[in-house]
Design a binder for this molecule. Structure first.
Ligand code: GAF
Length: 385
């Protein structure tokens, strides 16, 4: 894929590009906790966006997207939200300009193999890859956390999804074979090995992509904020759900709509689950970890209501299989993938079972990806690309 992207760039733009590899992410546990100042446990994976990019010494940016086989251009003097995939790139350029950084014109080819809408965060990969690419081309010397925050702001202001920091963070900080535990309040993080050679991380794509995903995501965020406000009236020190307990929430139960109560109850328990899950992982107890994944799914489905019948079905199938330590919907939800921890020597059998059962139920075959944990964004200078 790298060589193909490079070759296409050379053919289109007649010069040698810098190559940037920008991975998607998984999240082992800690869903919808990032924008509540909680903890997450993500890792970068072997599915990625590939940029071939070079400056063009003009005020125009020209991007050829391999997925749609089309070329689009925009002027650096007129960067504003624009429908379609170019919006993600323009959001990044806008945010760099907002910080007074000098963005010059560039040509690029955008390729990759992260399935869109599958919950592996192709959008953060597009954003993080471009920030790192432009940093390299134009010498900003941003650190990785600054890059992640720029990607997040781009997502807030252009596509308009008020996401947390997890996806951009994982994309830029990933390390081969390591998961990261990020404190989304302090932005402190630690790496630790995901060392279970007998297990594979298997993603099962429901092939459902609800258009609700971005609008409902923002609604969830507002509902969490509404819960915090009610708790704050009694406990002014509570700044986010990270600071709240179930007891505090129960005290305001009558003052908030039932939906708000449910959303907050899920988040408060999920933040605690990430802490417990980290301990289980470090202790090598994958079975106990897996049970928490199932508990997360239950909360995401019943209380947070970001699942769908297809995802619930995939998790219910996983539940029946002894080779699966745990499974749940991954990412924002409303479609996309489940993440499953599956005994390595049973993966083929499991995949066949999932695909047959799902096809019988919903008439379509779910794509399945056996992923490995990889490094975060990498910039390859032309000579080694
Ligand atoms: C999406 C968001 F982009 C993340 O910030 C996170 O909130 C996730 O949904 C849910 O955990 O991927």
């Amino acid at each position: 894929m790298i060589q193909k992207t490079r070759a296409l760039f050379v053919q289109l733009f007649k010069k040698e590009p810098t190559i940037v590899l920008s991975p998607g992410r998984i999240n082992l546990i800690g869903e919808h906790t990032d924008y509540n100042d909680g903890f997450v446990l993500p890792a970068a994976i072997d599915k990625k966006i590939v940029y071939a990019i070079a400056p063009n010494h003009t005020r125009t940016c020209t991007v050829h997207a391999v997925f749609t086989n089309e070329t689009q251009s925009f002027s650096l003097d007129d960067v504003k939200p624009t429908p379609g995939w170019i919006n993600y790139l323009m959001g990044v350029v806008y945010q760099l300009q907002e910080r007074g950084l000098n963005v010059e014109g560039f040509d690029c080819v955008l390729a990759g193999d992260i399935p869109v809408g599958a919950g592996m965060s192709s959008s953060a990969a597009v954003e993080g890859g471009l920030v790192a690419a432009l940093d390299n081309l134009f010498g900003y010397r941003l650190n990785r956390m600054e890059m992640a925050l720029i990607g997040q702001k781009a997502e807030h202001t252009f596509p308009g999804v008020k996401c947390g920091i997890m996806d951009q963070f994982a994309n830029l900080h990933g390390k081969k074979d390591q998961v990261m535990r990020l404190d989304c309040r302090s932005l402190e993080f630690e790496y630790f090995p995901f060392n279970f050679p007998d297990y594979k991380i298997v993603l099962c794509n429901s092939m459902v992509h609800h258009s609700l995903a971005s609008s409902e995501y923002n609604v969830r965020r507002q509902q969490c904020e509404e819960g915090v406000k009610a708790i704050q009236a009694r406990y002014p020190a509570v700044k986010s759900l990270r600071d709240a307990s179930m007891q505090m929430l129960d005290e305001v139960k009558e003052q908030v709509p039932a939906l708000v109560y449910n959303r907050c109850a899920y988040v408060i328990s999920e933040i605690q689950r990430v802490q417990d899950a980290t301990d289980h992982l470090k202790a090598g107890n994958l079975q106990a970890f897996g049970e928490l994944m199932y508990a997360t799914h239950e909360g995401l489905s019943k209380l947070y209501e970001v699942s769908c019948p297809e995802l619930d079905y995939l998790v219910s199938l996983a539940r029946t299989r002894p080779e699966v330590a745990g499974a749940r919907v991954m990412g924002g939800g409303f479609g996309g993938c489940t993440i499953n921890l599956v005994k390595a020597d049973k993966v083929d059998e499991y995949v066949a079972f999932i695909q047959d059962s799902y096809k019988a139920q919903f008439g379509k075959v779910p794509e399945v990806y056996v992923t490995i944990i990889e490094d975060g964004v990498k910039v390859l200078i032309p000579s080694i690309a």
